[in-house]
Design a protein around this ligand. Structure first.
Ligand SMILES: [Fe+2]
Length: 154
């Protein structure tokens, strides 16, 4: 039996990356609410491996989905990518009071993983949020930011 492979990001992903590389094709599967979740996740990991600004934009289109699971996974890979282009999309998910808590939690952690000091204020805004999944994630993200920016953090 073949075991799931370890990605370039050191993670064993829930689905192997799609072999499709065309961004338009990947996008159409990602936003298709009738496509199998396994295939949509394969697209998510293929876009992560692509790593470009365009792939971040494409991933952000998946945030319009009804699936909290898919949106949570998108936020997770945006954190893995550590691409600043993802920050506005992640901030939007964190700020949305109607968004599923699992998505908001992952958006906060991804903002921390991207590691921009400019994200400090948005994380501080939610660090005392009434939902512990959000407040604790912001606390972890802030600690991560300070861990990697020891000299400039106050
Ligand atoms: Fe999570």
């Amino acid at each position: 039996m073949a075991k799931p492979e370890i990605s370039d990001f050191g993670s064993v992903d829930p689905a192997p990356p799609s072999e499709i590389v065309n961004l338009q094709k990947l996008n159409s599967i990602l936003i298709d609410e009738n496509a199998r979740m396994f295939e949509r996740m394969r697209v998510v990991f293929s876009l992560r491996n692509n790593g470009s600004k365009e792939s971040v934009k494409c991933l952000s289109n998946g945030f319009k989905s009804n699936s909290a699971l898919l949106k949570h996974e998108i936020a997770y890979v945006m954190g893995q990518m550590q691409n600043k282009e993802a920050l506005p999309f992640l901030v939007e998910r964190l700020e949305d009071e109607s968004e599923h808590v699992m998505v908001r939690h992952e958006a906060a952690e991804a903002i921390g993983a991207i590691g921009c000091l400019s994200s400090k204020s948005i994380l501080e805004k939610f660090v005392n949020h009434e939902l512990p999944e959000i407040s604790e994630s912001c606390e972890v993200a802030l600690d991560l930011l300070s861990h990697y920016n020891k000299d400039s953090f106050e």
